[in-house]
Design a protein around this ligand. Structure first.
Ligand SMILES: Nc1ncnc2c1ncn2[C@@H]1O[C@H](COP(=O)(O)OP(=O)(O)OP(=O)(O)O)[C@@H](O)[C@H]1O
Ligand SMILES: [Mg+2]
Length: 343
């Protein structure tokens, strides 16, 4: 967005090194590393309680880490929080706007906090309101806004200071699909202008759409990182999806343990088993043989390409047959049993 941002294009704009943070017994972050090049979008993906907001608050100088360092554009967040605040814009997970003021008044006030002149603050407020489709509601008190409008206003507030680095904590949670698409387009525009974005999300599609690079955290630790395509390719080629009647789920799972090259994930509600393959056709045929051998006729059986959701399920262990997550299984392939042992 600015000349400064462009001059930093090869260096890390956000740099996190061995950051840890505990709240009493809860280890919210454990030795997290992260490096985000200028002008790119970093997705930070993780389930509830993974530590996403904790990392956001450390980067935004709102919370001190117990160990490690975090830098924005080379500036240590603890040594020089004022400079860091002048470089970043933050749209938090919970809207931080004043209910009694109008949308416009909120943005002008934030501009004044950035020490902009009244005139510049007004111009910036107008730009933000326009960009986020809030002009019509600009002069109404925020307490009359819908949830989606508040989130958009919060996003607008993060832009008033024209930040080089934008930190967005679940920017589209609670938005309807249309507004979510608008928000994505808006974030893409900012990135095209040179803004560096750190985006936390629980929506895999959002990370898939926006992020150049994704870090997955769970229980405060980085458990995987890469581009969306890299993360998906770690699951092997395609996935076998088997749907059986509810009563057949356990026996089918037992029958299919030797199929594929990694642990299956199970959707108990739909009685559906998803198995990452190494050799899709051979594995599909093996699945049929094993099921037939066990006397189980599936309701549905097929192959499909992996989505980021599959990666997430596999990584975090949520929804799997085995409750204990096994992050190592994503990087190291499970060795297959000898072919001779197959029926
Ligand atoms: N101020 C605090 N005091 C005590 N525990 C906290 C505090 N802030 C966070 N935690 C705990 O730290 C862990 C990480 O929380 P955090 O809010 O960073 O997760 P998150 O990934 O943002 O989750 P969500 O997706 O629900 O927003 C959780 O177990 C949470 O309960
Ligand atoms: Mg959070």
């Amino acid at each position: 967005m600015t000349a400064t941002a462009i001059s930093h294009s090869s260096a890390a704009m956000i740099d996190v090194e061995g950051v840890s943070k505990a709240f009493g017994e809860t280890k919210a972050l454990v030795g997290v590393d992260l490096s985000v090049p200028a002008g790119s979008v970093q997705g930070l993906l993780g389930p509830n309680g993974a530590g996403k907001t904790t990392l956001v608050r450390i980067l935004a100088t709102l919370l001190a880490p117990d160990a490690g360092h975090a830098r924005i554009s080379g500036v240590n967040v603890q040594d020089d929080p004022d400079t860091v605040r002048s470089l970043i814009g933050l749209a938090g997970q919970y809207a931080a706007v004043d209910e009694t003021l109008t949308g416009r008044e909120n943005l002008v006030m934030i501009g004044r906090l950035y020490r902009l002149s009244r005139q510049v603050a007004k111009t910036r407020a107008q730009e933000s309101l326009d960009r986020l489709g809030l002009l019509e509601a600009a002069d109404r008190p925020v307490k009359t806004y819908s949830g989606g409008m508040r989130r958009r206003l919060d996003l607008g507030a993060s832009l008033v200071g024209r930040p080089q680095v934008l930190i967005l904590d679940e920017p589209t949670t609670g938005l309807d699909p249309r507004t979510r698409l608008d928000t994505w387009a808006f974030i893409r525009d900012l990135v095209a202008d040179g803004t560096t974005v750190l985006l936390t999300t629980q929506y895999l599609e959002e990370a898939d759409q926006l992020a150049d690079h994704i870090v997955v955290i769970d229980r405060g630790k980085v458990i995987a990182s890469g581009t969306s395509a890299e993360l998906k390719s770690r699951l092997g080629s395609d996935l076998i999806e088997v749907e059986v009647s509810a009563g057949d789920l356990e026996p089918a799972l037992a029958a299919l343990t030797e199929v594929g090259c990694r642990k299956a994930t199970v959707d108990t509600e739909r009685s559906r088993i998803t198995i990452p393959t190494c050799d899709a056709v051979a594995d599909l045929m093996a699945a049929l043989r094993y099921l037939d051998h066990a006397g189980i006729t599936p309701r549905d059986l097929g192959l499909r390409h992996p989505s980021l959701d599959d990666v997430f399920l596999s990584l975090t262990g949520r929804n799997t047959a085995d409750e204990d997550p096994e992050p190592a299984s994503i990087t190291g392939r499970r060795t297959r049993g000898p072919a001779a042992s197959r029926p």
